[in-house]
Structures are given as structure tokens and as C-alpha cells.
Write a protein that binds this ligand. Structure first.
Ligand code: MOS
Length: 769
């Protein structure tokens, strides 16, 4: 077959191409610097002292022995840490903190591992020894970490960043009456345990005050005599952290700089500031030296958030032929004593299926645990485990194929908001998924499928995740050596943001990927979005494109105004930049000139363009309902003789708009599927009822899915651009792959074993029953 001639610039478009990480070489050679990799002269090490009770009061702290230990600079506690103020929520992502109480504010201990003192020493080892030598005397109360959840907290939503009250408790029709009269009913309660984020990179802070070397010009432009604070932090949201620290230390915001060059992942645990950040900063202030604090793996289970335990009653009413008439989703999740994190389990319930009568309610139960926080797919992931499990149970009751049941209940519009979906191709996901998996060969009877002496279970579930844009700013430079630079203060949390920005700039300017410098993760850069909600990519597209357009506009003006330029007699709007070369639109690319030549002729090192884009997230009156969709098909093998359960095959189909980098995109879905296997079969943070401690607080006892647990995973993207989100039509893909996975696995487990597990994770004991 003859090769089709494709115009060069088009052929070279990096959008939609498998693009290896541009930061990959830095990572594999160890040059990429993570928060704990920064070292400064005179730097000290801090190790927190953890409360060994979960409820009560510190009545005495004996620090005398610790203070005298070699290399120890100070032991800090309430009386000598200095002032740490509270921070207050502002508009957007401003002042967001899950644990609102600053460390050491009072003597009350509300959860196990709460920091009660801080040892600072010349070395990490000396600080650790000193922290261990601090003796605390407590007045103990019995902790409440009970797993049975009953709402005991005000159902009123406390002020959150975006007012989501209406969405949290949706209601339409008369769900109770419709359920009561429905010929087919499912009424089950599903439980998900507390789960702990375990990114391999530990939380870490390195804090410096009045550091002229890192503050650079920023020091000169500060607006008051207040000191400056620089923090190297493992953060998914440097600008929010900047604002929070400014409030906590009473500083003008511009006197605080937060830097996160690389992140060893976060999964949501690093979205909002935790108490170690302000403790490290306070210690550095008191001692006049840089202080580094690295949270231990054990502390990761105590003080830096987790996914809360949820208990969700789902009632589905349906006709005999499987048409939903009523959905009731009433959930309770646990919360910390003082804090108000909300796990929005009903996130997807109100729009996923067509149903005239619906009610979503929630409650919260106070427990002596550290504050929960978003964890990959917060709300929707536990919520869809419950809803999709109930749908699978309904399918069995009405003897309709679970895929067909969902097709029957596919809505035409978002019935919760009464508006159309911007782009919903869930039915096509089902079609492709059934084909790729070979679903038509499924025989529905429990235990009826076998292969190589193993019982097979086949299960499936749908998934969805919100899509929107956060506000974003970026700048793009074109330089006289033919390179480009793009700067944005968002972070790359391991998902590929460096690469996406390089692709975007390359697309607009024709500068090859290798010649695009990407600068991220610093509050001194244009304000970028948080790396959360799977929304960073979708958010930066319009800002980066606008910045590139503005840089190109400046270049056109220069090309037409520089004496001796080949385009001197032309108007700027007659010129095009393609493949890194400028030419007159009408004359075509034959007489093109590299943009670097034009800059050099004008004696310019560079031209810069700035761009910004507004949020769509939180829009109270959207015209379209914007979400990603998808489905998972799962095969498990069950070996009853030795009670061995394995996930043996997964096919996931994802409708997440245009996929800018399929290589990185697949990687996101695969990672989420692996996490889904962990959620379904292994992950569970256990709180000891006596001490209140998360007792499996290490990677030996907190089980996550490892290579041996991971089967072949097939990922397919539909690739329909959703231009409501941005002109490329890219939504996000970080979280959706985890949604629905646990329900798909438990339905496969039921198909193989006949056991319905409604409390995660699935345990061998459940299957022996
Ligand atoms: Mo994600 S839980 O918004 O980092």
C-alpha cells in the first residue's frame, strides 16, 4: 500500500502520541530531587514525638534526658515552639487544611500518633534517639475507634472550599414509596475499611527562613520586613500550602515560597498540608537553621490522612425486567474528632443511571483517628463499590446480564441536574469491553466456568469520575537557540505533567519535545492548578495554549518590525509558525525561516507569552454535566482446595476524552487497576480497639497488591474529545481506573464461589464460609 503523504507539521504532532516521560532520564539517574533530597549548610534534623494514646491529655512531658543527649539542639513542645496560628478557608483552593488545629495548640490528644513534641538534632539518628527519650505522662480516656458506624455528627456540611451541600444530599421523586412498591428490591449494606495512602516517597519537609540563595529576586520584592520562609515539600498543591503557611506564621503570602520539583506520588495524601510542615517551619524559625523532617512509614498511617471507613446502605427498587424505579444511598463514614473532611460516596449516584426516584443522604461518625483526606477517587471509589455491587446483585435477582442491566438503565441526560452530558460514551465502553474480554462466553451460573482445574469467576462494573478545570496560569518562552521554555507552578506528582506540558508547547510551536524546557513545582512560577481530582492536565491545556499563542504573537510582531527581517513588509497576521519555522501563510512553508533566526536578527534572547484560564470546577450553573466513564471486566481464578483466589485478567475501557499521551494514560489506568486489586483483596488499616493505634502501620502488615498479584491488564481508550473541558478535549485519567474495580472483582468472586462479600477486603475466611 502506498504511503500517504502527511504534511510534516501534522505528522510530528505530539498530541495523542505515545510519549515517554521527558523527566525519565532525571529519575533513573537519580538527578531528580525530591523534598527530602535537599541539603543546606547547617541543616538540622527533626523527629516528632508521637502520642502513644488515642484519647486523653498530656499531663507531663519529661524532656530533661532528651535535651542532654549528644547532638541535640532542642526539644520543642507547646510552651517553646513559638506561635503557630490557625488558617482559615478562603475562596477556591485557599487555606485548605484537613487538620485545622495547629500542632501543639493544646494538650489534648485526639488520635494515636498525634505529635506532642519535636526533637531537633545535628543528625537524624540523634534526633530519633532524643524523640524516643522524651517521656510523656497521660491522663487516658478510652479511645473510640469502633468499626460499626452510626452518624453522630451534625449532618450539616461545614464550610468547604466549594459549597457542595446540594450535591451531597440529592433527592428526586419519592424514593421510599417507589422502593416500597417495587416488584424487585435489593437492600444491602456495603462496608469499605479505612485505607492508607502508601506512596513510596514519604512525606517530607525542608524548611529555611530568610534564605537569600533560594528566594533570589523574591527576597528583594517582598512587601514588608517580615521574614521569608522557603519550604521544600512533598506537595500536590504548592500554592495552597504557601497560603496556609503564610497564615500560620503571620506572613505576607509573597514571603513564603514552596517548592516541589518531583513527587514520589501522593494519591491525595499530599494534597493538603499536614502538621509536620508547620512543625518543621516553626523549629527552623526557633533555631535559625534549616530543618528537615521526614515522616516515618509508621507516621504515614497516623498523621497524614487516610481514606475513611464507610458503611453504605443501598436500596434499589426495580421492575421485573430490570428497570430501576428507585435508588436510596445512605452512607456514613468515620471522621476525626475535630475535623470535617467529607467522603462524598454519593458523588456518582445521582447521575449514573436513569431513575425517577432517588435519595442520597450521609452521616458521619466521630472517631479517635487522624483526619481522613482525599485518597485516589475520593467518594466515588467507595461509593461506586456500593452502587455497582448493588447493580450486580440486582442483575442476578432479575436474571439479566449485568452489562445488559446497565444498558437498560442508561440515562439520556444527567437527571440530577437536568442537563446533557458533554460527552458520555458508556454504552460504547460496554460494547468494546464485552468484545475484548469475550464476555459473551460467560455462563452465568455460580462455579460453572472452569479452566485448567481452576474455577473461573467473571465480573464487571461501570465507573465514572468528575471532569472539570481548575484555574491555571502559565508562561511560554521562545528562545534564540530554537528552544522553548514553559513554566507553570503546578506539580508533576508522577503522572506525567512534565511530559504533557512539553507536548502542549511542542504542538503549538513545533519545537521538538527534547528542546522544550518544562519548569514546574514552585510558587514563584505562574499559579498552576492543584494536582488533584484528575484535573491538572485538563486545566493547564488552555493556559499553556494561550501563553504559547501570546509568545507567537510577539514573535510575529518582531518578524514584521525588525529591519532586515524577510517579513519586514508583512503584517503579523499574515504569518504562521509551524514546525518551529515562520512563513507567510499564502506563500506556504517553502520560504520559511526558523524562529530562532528572527530572534537573533532582532538581538532578542527570547519572547515570552503569558496565559491563564478560568475554572469550570464549582460552577453552580453548568450547561453540561462533565464526567469520564468506563468499565472494568475482571476474571478471577478460585482454587477451592487450597482457598486460593487470584485476579487473572482485567480489561478496562475508559472514555476520558482525548488522550494526550496514551503511554502515560495507560500507565495511569494500570496503576489504578492494581490499586483496585489492593482495595478489593488486601488493603485495610486496622485500629486497635484498646490503644486506638493503626496497628498494621508498616508495609509488611498493611498489604498492598504487588507484582505477583497483578495479572495481564488490557486498557482501551475511546478517545472522544470533550471540548467542554478544553480545546483538545482532554479530561483526566488519574482516578477513574480505580472506580468500580472493587465491585467488578467482588462480582467475579461471587461468580466463582457463590459468596457475596459486602465488606472489603475479601478475606479467605469469607470464602470458606
Ligand atoms: Mo487526588 S485523591 O484528588 O490526589
Amino acid at each position: 500500500m502506498p504511503m500517504t503523504q502527511v504534511p510534516e507539521a501534522k505528522a510530528a504532532s505530539p498530541i495523542g502520541r505515545n510519549t515517554p516521560r521527558v523527566d525519565g532520564p532525571l529519575k533513573v539517574t537519580g538527578l531528580a530531587q525530591y523534598a527530602s533530597d535537599f541539603h543546606f549548610p547547617g541543616m538540622l534534623y527533626a523527629v516528632p514525638v508521637e502520642a502513644t494514646i488515642a484519647n486523653g491529655r498530656v499531663v507531663k512531658l519529661d524532656v530533661a534526658a532528651a535535651e542532654k543527649m549528644p547532638g541535640v539542639r532542642a526539644i520543642f513542645y507547646r510552651e517553646n515552639i513559638g506561635k503557630i496560628f490557625r488558617s482559615v478557608l478562603g475562596p477556591g483552593f485557599e487555606g485548605v487544611v484537613d487538620e485545622r488545629r495547629p500542632p501543639f495548640e493544646d494538650d489534648v490528644v485526639r488520635y494515636y500518633g498525634q505529635y506532642i513534641a519535636l526533637a531537633v538534632a545535628d543528625t537524624f539518628e540523634a534526633a530519633k534517639a532524643a524523640a524516643d527519650a522524651v517521656r510523656a505522662t497521660y491522663q487516658r480516656e478510652k479511645p473510640n475507634v469502633a468499626t460499626e458506624l452510626k452518624a453522630d455528627d451534625e449532618p450539616e456540611v461545614v464550610p468547604t472550599t466549594f459549597d457542595m451541600r446540594e450535591r451531597l444530599q440529592s433527592e428526586r421523586g419519592d424514593a421510599e414509596a417507589a422502593f416500597a412498591s417495587a416488584p424487585v428490591k435489593v437492600d444491602q449494606t456495603y462496608v469499605t475499611p479505612a485505607e492508607t495512602h502508601n506512596p513510596i516517597e514519604l512525606h517530607a519537609t525542608t524548611a529555611l527562613w530568610d534564605d537569600s540563595t533560594t528566594m533570589g529576586a523574591r527576597t528583594d520584592s517582598r512587601t514588608s520586613d517580615a521574614p521569608t520562609l522557603t519550604l521544600y515539600e512533598a506537595s500536590q498543591a504548592v500554592f495552597n500550602l504557601q497560603g496556609v503557611l503564610a497564615q500560620m506564621f503571620g506572613l505576607p503570602k509573597e514571603n513564603v515560597r514552596v517548592i516541589t520539583k518531583f513527587l514520589g506520588s501522593g494519591f491525595g495524601g499530599k494534597l493538603w498540608p499536614w502538621t509536620h510542615c508547620s512543625l518543621a517551619a516553626a523549629a527552623a524559625r526557633q533555631l535559625g537553621k534549616p530543618v528537615k523532617l521526614v515522616v516515618s512509614r509508621k507516621m504515614m498511617f497516623q498523621t497524614v490522612g487516610h481514606r475513611p471507613r464507610t458503611q453504605q446502605r443501598v436500596r434499589l427498587g426495580a421492575t421485573d425486567d430490570g428497570k430501576l424505579v428507585s435508588i436510596q444511598h445512605d452512607y456514613v463514614h468515620h471522621k476525626a474528632v475535630l475535623d470535617h473532611y467529607h467522603e462524598d460516596c454519593g458523588e456518582a449516584t445521582a447521575f449514573l443511571y436513569s431513575v425517577p426516584n432517588l435519595r442520597v443522604t450521609f452521616g458521619r461518625a466521630k472517631r479517635n483517628v487522624g483526619s481522613p483526606t482525599p485518597m485516589r477517587g475520593p467518594g466515588a471509589v467507595p461509593g461506586l463499590y456500593a452502587i455497582e455491587s448493588a447493580m450486580n446483585e440486582l442483575a442476578d435477582q432479575v436474571k439479566i446480564d449485568p452489562v445488559q442491566l446497565r444498558v437498560l438503565n442508561e440515562p439520556k441526560i444527567d437527571e440530577s441536574l437536568g442537563i446533557p452530558f458533554s460527552s458520555r460514551h458508556l454504552l460504547e465502553c460496554f460494547k468494546l469491553g464485552t468484545e475484548k474480554f469475550g464476555w459473551s462466553k460467560r455462563s452465568p451460573d455460580v462455579g460453572s466456568m472452569r479452566r485448567d482445574g481452576l474455577t473461573l469467576g467473571w465480573g464487571m462494573a461501570g465507573c465514572t469520575w468528575a471532569a472539570a478545570r481548575f484555574p491555571a496560569e502559565a508562561s511560554v518562552q521562545l528562545r534564540d537557540d530554537g528552544t522553548a521554555r514553559v513554566a507553570c507552578g503546578t506539580q508533576d506528582i508522577g503522572t506525567g505533567t512534565y511530559t504533557i506540558l512539553a507536548q502542549l508547547v511542542s504542538q503549538k510551536t513545533g519545537v521538538p519535545l527534547a528542546k522544550v524546557e518544562v519548569v514546574l513545582g514552585d510558587t514563584s512560577l505562574p499559579a498552576g492548578p492543584i494536582s488533584g481530582g484528575s484535573m491538572a492536565t485538563g486545566s493547564v491545556v488552555p493556559a499553556v495554549f494561550a501563553a504559547a499563542d501570546n509568545a507567537i504573537a510577539s514573535l510575529r510582531t518582531i518578524a514584521t518590525t525588525t529591519p532586515g527581517s524577510p517579513f519586514e513588509k508583512r503584517k503579523p497576521e499574515e504569518l504562521l509558525l509551524e514546525g518551529g519555522r515562520v512563513f507567510v501563510k499564502e506563500e506556504g512553508a517553502d520560504k520559511s525561516v526558523p524562529f530562532a533566526d528572527l530572534l537573533r536578527r532582532a538581538n532578542l534572547r527570547l519572547v515570552t507569552g503569558s496565559g491563564e484560564s478560568e475554572a469550570t470546577f464549582g460552577n453552580p450553573k453548568p450547561k453540561f454535566s462533565t464526567h469520564s466513564f468506563g468499565c472494568h471486566f475482571v476474571e478471577v481464578t478460585w482454587q477451592a482446595e487450597i482457598a486460593r483466589l487470584r485476579v487473572s485478567r482485567v480489561v478496562s475501557v475508559i472514555d476520558a476524552g482525548r488522550i494526550l499521551n496514551p503511554l502515560a494514560g495507560r500507565n495511569q489506568i494500570e496503576g489504578a487497576v492494581v490499586m483496585g486489586i489492593g482495595m478489593a483483596l488486601f488493603e485495610h488499616t486496622h485500629y486497635d480497639p484498646q490503644s486506638g493505634a493503626p496497628i498494621n502501620s508498616n508495609l509488611a502488615d498493611y498489604i498492598v497488591a504487588v507484582n505477583a498479584d497483578v495479572p495481564p491488564i488490557e486498557v482501551h481508550f475511546l478517545d472522544y474529545p470533550d471540548t467542554e473541558i478544553n480545546e483538545l478535549g482532554a479530561r483526566g485519567i488519574g482516578e477513574i481506573g480505580l472506580a468500580g474495580m472493587a465491585a467488578a472483582i467482588t462480582s467475579a468472586v461471587h461468580h466463582a464461589t457463590g459468596v457475596r462479600v459486602r465488606e472489603l477486603p475479601v478475606k479467605i475466611e469469607d470464602l470458606l464460609a
